[in-house]
Design a protein around this ligand. Structure first.
Ligand code: SIN
Length: 355
């Protein structure tokens, strides 16, 4: 009698374990790669929302703070860096992109979430959008408030990002950015406010979709090529060409431009006023720089709109490239990658209209 009961108990326990493991297998496998930022930041008190220390909390602590993620994905964490994102460099990007490509090539990884400081989040996202060689979802997430703050936005942002990275709807959409219940295109999104939780916006072009009720809802997609569709391969690249940004303003001079060129810049992004206008004191130095081999891309500091080719300057004659709608900081990324393939301005202009 006792023996029969024990056998029944063991059979029931075994069935329960099988049921649990089948359930676990059904969940997507999502890797969280942590790089630091405010999402991993701590403040002096719960009301400290500015003036805190970024990049102090480790990846496992971040995941443990959101136990709900275990219900939506099998989550594994990896600490790739622990930095505030204003200190992100090209070398960090190459390391991160290579790690992402290695992980996504594994059949047991369905998607990747990258926790990141918000200051340069849009730049890392766009870089990855151009060099990740997989259709699997990659989602960049950050927080505007440190983990210790009242109403910290990190936990809900991380929860949504894990759902998004594990969702079939996000496959083939390119590298995505998700904060504040919104899904944004890495090409078009910008940080637009120094401190509020709704800082990430895509003015005029709009969000791709929303996170609601534990699900992503997509309404549009970028028409620009990304990830597996690009011509960029960083697998054997150890360093990217130096490209710097010269900012336009009233009373501008050519001191910064000439200093960048003297320091070895292979390309310059001219973040001009308006439609990328060239100030009288700067234009001759830009023309001379191009004649001496430096690539010049005209961009705008305005934040929205198409930079008209042959508008504020005769780009055909001067052999300049225009940035299309890319912000100066994203134009810098595309020019660096373009320069790994060619220094032909016509080819580089094609890339600016393609990506
Ligand atoms: C950072 O970019 O690392 C600091 C700011 C932030 O994450 O919001």
């Amino acid at each position: 009698m006792i023996r029969t009961q024990s056998v029944r108990f063991i059979v029931a326990l075994f069935s329960l374990l099988v049921a649990f493991s089948v359930q676990a297998q059904k969940l997507p496998n999502v890797m969280v790669l942590a790089t630091g930022g405010t999402i991993a930041g701590t403040g002096a008190s719960s009301t400290t929302t500015v003036g805190y220390t970024a990049a102090t909390v480790g990846v496992q602590q971040l995941i443990n703070a959101v136990p709900e993620v275990a219900k939506v994905a099998n989550v594994t964490g990896e600490q790739v860096f622990q930095i505030a994102s204003e200190s992100m460099t090209n070398e960090h990007w190459l390391t991160l992109a290579k790690r992402v490509n290695t992980l996504l090539a594994q059949p047991n990884v369905d998607g990747i979430v990258i926790t990141h400081g918000t200051d340069t989040l849009e730049e890392t996202a766009y870089f990855l959008n151009l060099v990740v060689k997989s259709r699997k979802p990659v989602v960049l997430v950050g927080a505007m408030r440190p983990s210790t703050a009242l109403s910290a936005d990190g936990p809900i942002n991380l929860y949504n990002a894990v759902i998004l990275a594990g969702s079939p709807e996000a496959v083939g959409k390119g590298v995505l950015v998700s904060l504040n219940d919104q899904i944004q295109s890495s090409r078009d999104v910008s940080k637009t406010n120094t401190s509020t939780p709704d800082s990430f916006r895509t003015p005029e072009l709009g969000v791709l979709g929303y996170m609601q009720g534990n699900k992503p809802y997509f309404y549009r997609a970028s028409t620009r090529k990304h990830t597996v569709e690009t011509e960029f391969d960083i697998s054997n690249i150890q360093a990217l060409p130096q490209v710097d940004i010269v900012y336009g303003y009233a009373n501008m001079n050519d001191v910064a431009l000439n200093a960048f060129i003297a320091a070895g810049a292979k390309g310059i992004i001219h973040a001009g006023t308006g439609d990328g206008s060239l100030a009288a004191k700067v234009k001759p130095s830009l023309i001379a720089a191009r004649k001496n081999g430096t690539l010049i891309v005209r961009a705008s500091r305005v934040g929205n709109g198409i930079l008209a080719r042959n508008g504020e300057a005769n780009d055909d004659e001067l052999d300049f490239v225009v940035s299309d709608t890319l912000s100066p900081q994203k134009a810098r990324i595309l020019l660096m990658l373009a320069l790994t393939k060619t220094s032909n301005t016509k080819e580089i202009q094609r890339m600016f209209y393609m990506y």
